[in-house]
Every structure is written in C-alpha cells, then in structure tokens.
Design a protein around this ligand. Sequence first.
Ligand code: ATP
Length: 235
Amino acid sequence: MTLEIKDLHVSYGGIRALKGISLKVEDGQIVTLIGANGAGKSTTLRALSGLEKVQSGQILYDGADITGIASKEIVRRGLVMVPEGRLIFPDMTVLENLRIGAYLRRDREIAKDIDNVYDLFPRLKERSWQMAGTLSGGEQQMLAVGRALMTHPKILLLDEPSLGLAPLIVRDIFGIIRSLNAQGVTVVLVEQNAKQSLKIADYAYVLEVGSVSIDGPAEELLRDERVIDAYLGKG
Ligand code: ATP
C-alpha cells in the first residue's frame, strides 16, 4: 500500500498548521516525520486518519483519493493511527482493550490475533487481566500498538511512540517497529527522537512550521549538517 499527500493545507481557526505539505510513502517503507514542537507532525497524521478537516490538497491511499473520508472507513481500509498519549481505556483490562481494537471486524480470527499480539508482547500476556490504567508507560505503549494491530493495518501511523519512555524501553519499541515492518506493515513514524527514528527509517521528512524543509533517504539525513545542527545534537 502506498500513501501520497499532495499540497495539504490544514488550519485550526486562524492558525495555519499545515501550509502545503507533500510527501510519499512507498509500500514496505518506514518513513519518519521529524521536527520541533508545533511543526505540524501530529496534524499530518490526524489529517491522514480523517480526524482533521483538510482545507485543500489531496490524500491518496494506494492511488485512491481518501481526502474527507470518515475515519472509521479509513481504519477499515488499513490505515491505522496509534495516537500520541496512547489513549487506551484505563478502566478496562489489557484483553478488553485488545478486543476493542477488533470492533470493526466480524471474522473469527480475533482469538488468533490476540495470540499474535501476545507473542509480540509477552509482557502484555502476563498482564492480560490487569487494568490498562495501571500498566507502566512502556506497557501502555505496547498495548496501544497491539490494539492497532488488531485492526490488521496495512499502514501504521505512529505518533511519538517513544515519548516519556526510559531508554531501554525506547529500544524495545523501536525494535518492535522494525519487526512489524519486516512482517510487511508499512510505517509512518512521527518522532521527537530524531536520531533513533532516522536509524530505522528508509526515508525522512523534516517539518518546520507547517512545511517540509528537508527530505531525503534517512541515512543521508543522519549525515546532513542542517539536520545534525537542529535535531541530532553534537553527541
Ligand atoms: P508536537 O511534537 O509538539 O506534538 P507537532 O509537530 O505534532 O508538535 P501539531 O500538534 O501538529 O505539531 O501542531 C501544529 C500547530 O497547530 C501548532 O501550532 C499547534 O499549536 C496547532 N494546533 C494543533 N492542534 C490544535 C487545535 N486543536 N487547535 C488549535 N491549534 C492547534
């Protein structure tokens, strides 16, 4: 599945959050969007998910125009977001949260998919009956990704999956993103953690106040002076 955004404009009242963003995601890639706070990264993912009204521009999913389509239909087609802050249901168990991820489906494969998620995240299996609100931050992030997997995503949109997590857990999360990608899931990854995300991505876009300022293969951006100075630090 491919994704293409052409000249996308999104505003919140008078604030122009996206001022003509264009980008491409090829089938099987990990594409990362990096940039400072407020650059428009989350807005881009929300627009792709049908959660923000698009003023102008186009979103093409596998060549079909999905601009303005209802978010539920976008999920049904396989374009699925894991939002920043995870938004799991705290007063439900881990298992109940995973079942909710399958709410759009009517097939009988749900139990098998739950097993697959538990294989990927053994820690969730141990905590199947635990209230999701009492999970650690890293476990909640795993649950949010697991719940998205229950919808059988073709393209996964991940908004800051490493936010607030300890370095070891961040490494786990990035490892999981890699293995999902190796299993055939295309990934769009929004991250503040630019170095880590450039290391696992194929291609990258740098957003600056609502526009793309730099784009290129991720390994080239890792060596780009402008990117190093602004986003990677000297370390
Ligand atoms: P961060 O890394 O801080 O989440 P971001 O790159 O994801 O930043 P966005 O959240 O997309 O940035 O925000 C882009 C711009 O749109 C910002 O100026 C922000 O204040 C504004 N904005 C985002 N959501 C809203 C909203 N619901 N109402 C008004 N303005 C908003």
